[in-house]
Design a protein around this ligand. Structure first.
Ligand SMILES: Cc1ncc(C[n+]2csc(CCOP(=O)(O)OP(=O)(O)O)c2C)c(N)n1
Ligand SMILES: [Mg+2]
Length: 588
């Protein structure tokens, strides 16, 4: 009897230890956590498990959430971030919303005030579950420590299965301190969440094969679902077997190599002419792991309007949401492609169509003025690609022109090598995402190709990069403006500058009266800032400086910021104006 009691006592654990141990048990190697009063027990527990799990201290919780995403997006494993209650928790909100829109597996853990005072506007109380209800795949407020092993198991299961997404676990401080003997094998209670059903039926696969065989002008529209289901290999095999050209979304880049003759590269608002024309003229659109986002479709009624539409997606709520599918298939896309590859035959006569796509591709490549005697952003990206193409490289981006030029001019070979906040389009994503990717892949080269506006939004993470030995490189395409907004001002608002210049308001550029290709005075001093954080840094403007400066950056032992001064008049083209059709495409 006494022995049993002693044994029970040694098995007693507090909630904080149970939670951290469950992270370890779920294979979490690294998390990004910023402490505070309501999460201190969790941090104390993290020190007790320090040999098994690395805790990285970001310098802002949003940076932590994006770093967890960088980890998740580059590995396919769930990313984990943690924050204290109140302001710590609300600082995670953008990162959680971002993970929801891009279907990124994320487990976000927040400290919460003690259960006894929840709802009393206690110090640093926010009802974070309520705040995040619409932007999580699922969420928990833990009110009994005995529930915790089950909650953590469900959280990881939900975040990573079916259509991945963010799960929030809100942990009141008294639950972190409460003790119990944790159930080592808790049963999940998830009625209604049955992902086993999400597999294409044999008759659907036969229907798809028949549609492929009968088609004359088929196109694949490949999205993030290909990447998250790990179907890149199956997609490549499908293309080998059928000869069907592939257009990719921003989330789909890397799923199929840009270097392949059948790659039509990116489609959509800033996609290639050839991808958008192929979709315009196709008679069969194979929409695989996509959601017909408005940045892809433009005016949705006119999108692929001559085509029979096949839509394969694991999430039934995506089917017929924006665009009606003639052949709807609720399925894991990898499963569907693997099955299809068993029986599919190429279309009877695809050669004429393939030739048409090749002709377009030759006639309308992504291009820029190679004779410009300064550094254009597209040129900087192309040179970076040339110098890194044979290295294991992961690219992250902010949001804006630099993001779209990276999608156009960096040539991706493998999935999970281009990390972009795509659905939410969150400026400030690039640096912390790079940090998370670097923590996951210590041997890889990780480069954040960033804009000056975006970089500023999480610039504090340079401190994390330095202090945590994460040798991230930043290629800063510094046009001194919120370039993408400037582009819209130029195209649609007669160039009227409305708070899109990033220097002092006294500068001529602030009101659009600048007379040079470059802002007349540089602000801020990014080299000084980077050095202040302990990073290497340089700034360049001359074209002949570019390659040596890139080489210096790539060879640097530690985090590095290369501030590249670029002109601000450049526009991302082609462009299909929002809500318009491919016939309105702007080429010059
Ligand atoms: C958090 C956030 N705020 C505002 C926007 C709207 N926005 C989209 S692109 C852009 C400009 C980005 O500027 P920069 O990072 O310098 O990139 P550039 O377009 O100059 O390459 C803005 C303000 C956004 N996407 N995200
Ligand atoms: Mg800019």
């Amino acid at each position: 009897m006494a022995k049993t009691k002693a044994a029970t006592e040694t098995q007693l654990m507090n909630g904080a230890d149970i939670l951290v141990k469950s992270l370890v048990d779920h294979g979490v190697e690294v998390l990004f956590a910023y402490p505070g009063g309501a999460s201190m027990p969790l941090h104390q527990a993290l020190t007790r498990f320090a040999g098994k799990i690395r805790t990285i201290l970001p310098r802002h919780e949003q940076g932590g959430a994006f770093a967890a995403q960088g980890y998740a997006r580059s590995t396919g494993k769930p990313g984990v971030c943690m924050a204290t209650s109140g302001p710590g928790a609300t600082n995670l909100v953008t990162g959680i919303a971002d993970a929801k829109l891009d279907s990124v597996p994320l487990v976000a853990i927040t400290g919460q005030v003690a259960t006894a005072v929840i709802g009393s506007d206690a110090f640093q109380e926010t009802p974070i579950v309520e705040v995040c209800r619409g932007i999580t795949k699922h969420h928990y407020l833990v009110t009994d420590v005995n529930d915790l092993p089950r909650v953590m198991r469900e959280a990881f299961y939900i975040a990573t299965t079916g259509r991945p997404g963010p799960v929030l676990v809100d942990m009141p401080k008294d639950i972190q301190n409460a003790q119990c003997v944790p159930d080592p094998n808790p049963k999940m209670r998830l009625p209604g969440y049955d992902i086993k059903l999400r597999q294409a039926q044999p008759e659907q696969i036969r229907q798809l094969a028949a549609a492929v065989k009968r088609s004359k002008r088929p196109v694949i529209y490949a999205g993030g679902g290909i990447v998250s289901s790990g179907a890149s290999g199956e997609l490549r095999e499908f293309v080998r077997k059928t000869g069907i050209p592939v257009a990719m979304t921003v989330m789909g880049l890397g799923a199929f190599p840009n270097s392949e003759p059948l790659s039509l590269d990116m489609l959509g608002m800033h996609g290639s002419v050839y991808a958008n024309w192929a979709v315009r003229d196709c008679d069969l659109l194979l929409a695989l792991g996509v959601r017909f986002d408005d940045r892809v479709t433009g005016k949705v009624a006119a999108f692929a309007k001559h085509a029979k539409i096949v839509h394969v997606d694991i999430d039934a709520s995506e089917i017929n949401k924006n665009k009606e599918a003639h052949i709807p298939v609720v399925s894991d896309v990898r499963f569907a492609l693997a099955e299809l590859n068993q029986i599919v035959e190429p279309p009877d006569d695809i050669e004429e169509w393939a030739e048409q796509c090749r002709t377009w591709k030759k006639a309308y490549p992504f291009h820029y003025d190679t004779t410009f005697d300064g550094i254009l952003p597209q040129h900087a990206i192309s040179e970076l690609w040339r110098l890194t193409r044979n290295r294991k490289t992961i690219i992250t981006v902010g949001v804006g022109q630099h993001q779209m030029w990276t999608a156009q001019f960096y040539r991706f070979k493998e999935p999970r090598t281009f990390l972009s906040s795509s659905g939410l389009g969150t400026m400030g994503f690039g640096l912390p995402a790079a940090m998370g990717a670097q923590a996951a892949h210590p041997d890889a080269l990780v480069v954040d190709i960033d804009g000056d506006g975006s970089f500023m939004m999480n610039i504090q993470e340079l401190a994390t990069c330095y202090c945590e030995n994460l040798p991230v490189k930043v290629l800063l395409l510094n046009n001194q403006h919120l370039g993408m907004v400037v582009q819209w001002e130029d195209r649609f608002m007669k160039g009227n500058r409305a708070h899109t210049y990033l220097g002092p308001i006294g500068h001529a550029e602030a009101t659009g009266k600048g007379e040079s290709m470059y802002a007349s005075e540089r602000y801020p001093d990014f080299v000084g800032i980077a050095r202040g954080f302990g990073c290497g840094a340089a700034t360049i403007r001359g074209k002949d400086e570019l390659v040596p400066a890139l080489e210096e950056m790539l060879g640097y032992d530690g985090p590095y910021v290369l501030d590249v001064q670029v002109p601000y008049q450049e526009h991302v083209l082609p462009m299909i104006p929002s809500g318009h059709t491919v016939d309105d495409i702007i080429l010059e």
